[in-house]
Design a protein around this ligand. Structure first.
Ligand code: ITT
Length: 191
């Protein structure tokens, strides 16, 4: 089994990727390698931010690693919150604040089309690789469900009638943006 650091401070992402890759990768967290710094995301795209996080860990700790940057892209908002998804409602705000702001921004909007996009940057053997995953769906007008995290309570993936927060871990992890991207990474590592 390959051992690799996942450069994230988001415990939900760590949990999801652990479940999705079960048995195929041995994933170390930032805490496992003694990294407790906040890594600033100063890029203007998901690709840049994923690379910034992964490069920080490789340069400082010298290990094989990958990082995930994810955005919710809403058609009627010209792709916002996108790369700014984690601080949509402002610095220091939480997921509930971000989701409330999104629902407010869409209050009078009929077009509810959106997508989650994940970009994973993998840094191994002196090489950098990017993998992406996209899932399309729509934003509903109120929060539903208690599972998942972030914007999950307001996002219904196409082909389903429930939000990611209602569908539960197993379903989310079998179809999500993050699952699609990490499957590409695993395929690459084992090819
Ligand atoms: P790291 O950078 O430490 O990995 P983060 O939470 O800052 O963690 P991102 O910048 O990639 O991660 O995520 C942007 C925000 O988008 C995040 O704070 C969540 O609220 C939301 N988000 C990410 N993945 C999501 C998912 O699968 N479902 C719902 N919301 C998600």
């Amino acid at each position: 089994m390959k051992e690799i650091v996942f450069a994230t401070n988001n415990r939900h992402k760590l949990d999801e990727i652990g479940k999705i890759t079960a048995g195929r990768l041995r994933i170390l967290s930032l805490a496992d390698i003694g990294c407790h710094e906040e890594i600033s995301e100063t890029g203007s795209t998901l690709e840049e931010n994923a690379l910034i996080k992964a490069r920080f860990v490789r340069e400082k700790y010298g290990c094989h690693c990958f990082a995930d940057d994810t955005g919710l892209e809403v058609e009627a908002l010209d792709g916002a919150p996108g790369v700014y998804s984690s601080r949509y409602a402002g610095a220091g705000c939480n997921s509930a604040d971000n989701t409330d702001k999104l629902l407010k921004a869409l209050q009078k909007t009929e077009n509810r089309t959106a997508r989650f996009r994940t970009v994973i940057a993998l840094l191994v053997n002196g090489e950098e690789h990017l993998f992406d995953g996209v899932i399309r769906g729509k934003i509903i007008s109120e929060k539903r469900g208690t599972g998942g995290f972030g914007y999950d309570p307001v996002f219904i993936p196409d082909g389903h009638a429930q939000t990611f927060a209602e569908l539960g871990d197993e379903t989310k992890n079998s179809i999500s943006h993050r699952a699609l991207a990490i499957h590409k990474l695993v395929k690459y590592l084992y090819s």
